[in-house]
Unconditional design. Sequence first.
Length: 313
Amino acid sequence: MTETTAFVFPGQGSQAVGMGQDLAQTYAVARDTFAEADDVLGFALSTLCFEGPEEVLNDTLNTQPALFAASMAAWRALHSAGWSAPAVFAAGHSMGEYTALAAAGALTFADGLRLVRERGRLMKEAGERSPGGMAALLKVEAKAMDDICLRASQETGQVVQVANYNSPGQVVISGDNQALEVAMQLAQAAGARRVVRLAVSIAAHSPLMAVIADEFRRAVEATPIRPPQTPVVANVTARPLASADDIRQEMVAQLTSPVRWIESVETMAAQGVTRFIEIGPKEVLTGLVRRIDKNVSALACGTAAGVQALASS
């Protein structure tokens, strides 16, 4: 039976020192991708990806372009290794949406890289101007967490909301530190199995990002964007982005809106996708897809060995 494929691209949290190095050593096109990234940004992003230090790589200012470059290096390596089967959809988780758009031809590599670097810079600035945080929760239903966040917001007068609907029973919440702490306590009292404060100083995908929305909108409007050659399923709506205007609206709305990853995967599966291939470091999305839909296959392709295995399959 022929597989119907969607490519998915990871976001922040999937970075790791050493990412992309074996790809660059094995595939000239991956090596060229990192060299282009260094040239576009004016510093050795490749060295940061390959050698760290970890705390600098984990600075959101650097994490976003580093992940974009590493995932695009894997994407290009896969095609240079002989992969030619078409994908019917692409999608990315948070920052990974930009990689999906570049892979689908809506953005050039250089324009996408510059845009995610600016996105990272502005999100870091938003964290300084409107401090907040994020927490991951396991074994809690999305609707229950929505209600808990609403209650925590009402009790504190501050904002907290679900930032990522990742998989059944796994959500990430984001917002003001006081409201976040109350929501975490309420979730534990409601029986959440695990409640973990994330090591970030920004409240991504929450209204606290609104302070940089106008400036980011200007960066988006200044970036050449074309309709994607492959439909890209949006984080905000879990529906395909059809036009350049749709993409621009999505990019700005995504700053303050939840990532509807469960619905995005369900949308693609409902349209006949049977295989999800994660392009980029680690295997975070591969695990999420498997928990969302047991009837589809999911595999990761972010290393030279992964590229070789997939290209020869």
